[in-house]
Design a binder for this molecule. Structure first.
Ligand code: ADP
Length: 922
């Protein structure tokens, strides 16, 4: 059910839920959210919140306003309802993505007055308990009179209502008063933290923990196992994105991981940092640790306890939270009990980090509840209860995981989710320069990366950027042999590491591989065993069982685990999870070729469940795919995403130096019979586009590729070009694409016969792209559908498009919803479409079109076009304009409907005109 319909049909149930307690609290919380989002004006708010009027009447008035204001506010209302009354009537309604986040973050340049509104829900929370103090300050500074203070303090108000009345009054007093109250709240928050009185030995403990964290986080282990790179020298900012607010991108910093930006659940403590393997999650956490230990970040937290889930796997004993903190991180030499008590009493000054939740053997569950911090339990039970909040409520927890491995149960307990998207183009540049101090070498490496779009796409992933950059010598000297697949890149690092050790440094061909075959075998066997058993840390016994020798370790693929505990026994892990997977795959291909079932077992979820391999790196990919609904247009055959994933890994698995990746992908994809691939909300960025294009180019038939709501961007668009010839429709809604991406896309699209439809709703397009579309329309006489809604196209852009439309004889659908083409733009488009024999559907909804535009469109209709539906909702057409349309329709029988809702027409005018022409829809 749509949100608007829900608001209407469930009116009685909503009213009952909102008013059931008899207190206006629920209603006021809903109002807070609507105000914060700017969906409700201050005047509307006042008209609803009438003191002395019965609660039901106020609530009814709110529902009237929400319903009549349209879909967007209805969606937000339902989302807010779901949050304030989780078991209420809206519980099962699925509202569109994006509105489930019901509080916006404060923007840096916001005025204090605006911040009072946009931050209202959290300000109400913060003010409760200190309303008197705030009133005092406002009184002293002359912003409030005694009457104002008394009005707020009225005993009939609950504390949250007092806070709201205070905010309401401040809003009416202007910017200075707003500033005073915001400053007061800030100070209150700060002093709340500084008024702690820790036990005597606390600072010694803090110092010990700090130096231990500092020692653990200062260096990044790099290849050779022996060399360590200072993190300061190599750390490059990755791109962060808030799951709850995809619009705030690009300029997020590390501090935003714990800031108030993008909070989806104020009650929860756990922040999830998610991203692909190799996107830099562990490194980011390491950076946070380092900055905390130096006192330059997260300074609101007095204690930081870092954990690695990979290492927690090997904790077999039952532990209490106290054991976990003190034994696994840092032992207090004195006053253990007092220090632990202090932590329990002041959870808000403590932060835990858990790296690699996806590497834990057990998948997250909230079945075993535990709330006693001194009660021992298996380590995964402790961890789940910490994340879920039953244990150590109030302690902030930051956890990293590959996105696919996080299921809906954990999502329920998240305070916020931050996506780590790898390096930006500038980041790649910066990283390579940090790797190569010689500017000439750096410039050469960058030039070679930029010259190969495949490599450039891969380098957005930090781990691949690191490999490519490490292998610069091979890369620069390799002539024709530049890597073509991710596998090639891993083979390159294999060669680099092995030759680093090799006596045959200059050996060409596969000599190096033969020489090191035993090493590859040993490491491969260890890796595969680990992948099968979700084991990523290996003891000496594990190494012995796979005959891994000292010489094998020296190749640099295995590094010694860092450990915060005082356990000095040696443990090893692969340089990176992806390196472990690569070795496992190498082992399968080289020595298990006959037994193909190993591969299927790794991918088959039910098999894995039976064997207990519940969270291997391979399964996480499948699990993600099975979460998606592969819904496709009627009658289309969709590839299940499981199949797609398999294709992705088929590519990752083709690792034999002599096996041709293309051949394998061709064989697999050649057999696939699909005509629509839906990969919406799949976190697809440039790297995934590269892999996707690589495999899809081998499809037999042309397909529709639906990539809406990902992070394809211009770089990703470029990566997709190699498969554009098999693509008949490309859906790229909401993907951060600019005019530059379009330029490249169209240049290639012009050469692709089957490419006939494109949807680019909600990107970053301006008039500059219309020149390319115009060229496309003029040149490509089989193009069918162009949808450019919700971009930034003005009348100038529309005029450009018109130049192409004039010469086009194929287009059937043209969508410009939510741009700014105005009358001039509508006139140009209408003029170009006069007499069109193909266009059946045109949308100029929400484009500032007035009666002049309507007049031109009427003329177009009169010219006997093929048009069937014309969408003009949400414009500013008056009666005068509609008269032209009415007159034109008298001469046209093709047109089935002209949509005119929300224009400048009175109720009477609407009624009269509906009588005159039933095809006009108001
Ligand atoms: P993840 O935890 O997401 O799998 P890692 O943090 O282990 O990824 O990153 C893999 C490798 O990529 C690191 O060992 C490092 O070489 C490189 N790397 C990742 N992030 C950064 C960064 N922000 N700056 C520099 N190098 C990075």
């Amino acid at each position: 059910m749509m949100a608007q319909e829900f608001v209407l049909k469930q009116r009685t149930e909503i009213l009952a839920a909102v008013c059931s307690s008899g207190s206006s609290e629920q209603l006021e919380r809903l109002l807070d959210v609507l105000l914060a989002h700017g969906e409700l004006s201050w005047e509307e708010y006042q008209s609803i919140q009438v003191q002395g009027r019965p609660l039901h009447a106020n609530a009814r008035h709110l529902l009237d306003i929400v319903y009549t204001k349209g879909l967007a506010i209805c969606q937000l209302f339902v989302a807010a309802l779901q949050q304030t009354i989780p078991e209420g009537p809206g519980a099962r309604l699925c509202v569109s993505e994006g509105v489930s986040q019901v509080e916006k973050s404060r923007e840096a340049h916001q005025t204090s007055g605006a911040a009072l509104l946009s931050q209202r829900p959290s300000l109400v929370g913060k003010l409760q308990g200190c309303v008197d103090g705030a009133l005092e300050v406002l009184h002293e500074t002359g912003h409030f009179t005694s009457e104002d203070c008394n009005e707020v303090r009225l005993p009939i108000h609950t504390p949250s209502q007092q806070a709201r009345r205070l905010l309401d009054l401040v809003s009416s007093k202007g910017e200075l008063a707003a500033n005073v109250v915001l400053q007061f709240i800030d100070q209150k928050q700060q002093s709340g933290r500084s008024s702690l009185t820790p036990p005597k030995e606390f600072f010694k403990y803090q110092k010990k923990l700090c130096s231990s964290v500092l020692a653990q986080s200062s260096f990044l282990s790099t290849y050779g196992g022996t060399s360590h790179m200072p993190l300061d020298d190599i750390y490059t900012e990755g791109q962060l994105e808030l799951a709850a607010d995809l619009e705030v991108q690009g300029n997020l910093g590390l501090g935003d991981i714990v800031s108030t930006a993008g909070i989806i659940n104020e009650e929860a403590d756990t922040v999830l940092v998610s991203g692909d393997a190799g996107s830099g999650k562990s490194t980011l956490l390491q950076r946070l640790h380092l900055l905390w230990a130096r006192g330059t970040a997260l300074s609101e937290f007095l204690l930081l306890f870092p954990f690695s889930c990979r290492k927690l796997n090997s904790e077999l004993k039952e532990l209490s939270v106290q054991d976990l903190l003190f034994r696994h991180c840092c032992w207090p030499d004195w006053e253990q009990e007092d220090i632990f008590r202090f932590i329990l009493d002041h959870p808000h000054v403590v932060i835990f980090t858990f790296d690699g939740l996806d590497e834990l053997k057990q998948s997250f569950s909230d079945e075993h509840r535990l709330c006693c911090p001194t009660q021992p339990a298996p380590v995964h039970v402790l961890l789940f209860n910490l994340l879920q909040g039953s244990l150590m409520k109030g302690v902030r927890k930051v956890v990293t995981s590959r996105s696919e491995a996080v299921g809906p149960i954990l999502k329920k307990y998240l305070r916020k989710e931050v996506f780590l998207k790898g390096f930006s183009p500038n980041g790649i540049d910066c990283f390579v320069k940090k790797q190569h101090h010689d500017p000439a070498v750096a410039a050469k490496v960058l030039a070679s990366i930029q010259a190969n779009t495949f490599l450039l796409g891969l380098c957005h992933s930090p781990v691949l950027c690191w490999i490519v950059s490490q292998c610069h010598k091979e890369l620069l000297g390799c002539g024709d042999g530049t890597p073509q697949t991710i596998t090639d890149v891993y083979l390159m690092i294999l060669q680099r590491f092995l030759q680093h050790q090799s006596s045959l440094k200059t050996s060409k061909g596969s000599g190096w591989f033969q020489e090191h075959l035993p090493t590859v075998l040993h490491l491969g066997q260890l890796a595969l065993q680990g992948v099968k058993a979700s084991c990523y840390v290996f003891s000496n016994t594990d190494l012995d069982s796979c005959c891994v020798t000292e010489k094998d370790i020296c190749t640099g693929f295995l590094i010694q685990s860092k450990d915060m505990s005082n356990d000095y026994s040696h443990q090893y892990e692969f340089l990176h999870l992806t390196v472990q997977c690569f070795f496992a795959a190498l082992y399968i291909v080289l020595f298990n070729n006959a037994d193909r079932s190993t591969i299927t077992k790794l991918f088959a979820l039910h098999d894995l469940r039976e064997t207990g391999f519940s969270s291997t790196c391979f399964t996480s990919c499948l699990a993600a795919d099975q979460r998606q609904t592969p819904g496709s247009a009627d009658g289309q055959k969709s590839a299940t995403l499981g199949e797609m994933s398999l294709q992705r890994h088929a590519e990752a698995l083709q690792v034999h130096p002599t096996a041709s990746g293309s051949k394998m992908a061709k064989e697999v994809l050649g057999k696939l019979d699909v005509d629509h691939l839906k990969l919406t909300y799949c976190n697809i960025g440039p790297v995934e586009c590269t892999a996707l294009a690589y495999v899809l180019q081998h499809l037999r038939n042309s397909v529709g590729i639906q990539l809406d709501n990902n992070s394809v961007g211009d770089v990703g668009v470029e990566q997709l070009l190699p498969c554009l010839h098999i693509c008949n429709s490309l859906y790229l809604r909401n993907n951060n694409i600019t005019d530059e991406g379009i330029r490249k896309l169209i240049a290639k699209g012009l050469q692709c016969d089957s490419f006939q439809k494109i949807a680019l709703f909600n990107n970053k397009l301006t008039d500059a792209c219309t020149e390319h579309f115009s060229h496309l329309l003029r040149t490509k006489q089989n193009f069918l559908s162009l949808r450019l809604g919700n971009n930034n196209i003005t009348s100038e852009g529309a005029k450009q498009l018109a130049k192409g439309l004039e010469f086009n004889h194929s287009l059937r659908f043209l969508g410009l919803w939510g741009n700014k083409v105005g009358d001039a733009g509508a006139e140009a488009i209408a003029g170009a479409l006069e007499g069109s024999k193909t266009l059946t559907w045109l949308s100029l909804v929400g484009n500032g079109v007035g009666s002049a535009g309507a007049r031109a469109l009427a003329k177009m209709i009169k010219s006997d076009t093929s048009l069937e539906e014309l969408w003009l909702t949400e414009n500013c057409i008056t009666r005068h304009g509609v008269e032209f349309l009415l007159e034109a329709l008298e001469h046209n029988t093709h047109v089935k409907s002209v949509w005119l809702r929300n224009n400048n027409l009175s109720v009477e005018e609407v009624e009269e005109m509906t009588q005159r022409e039933s095809r006009l829809i108001f």
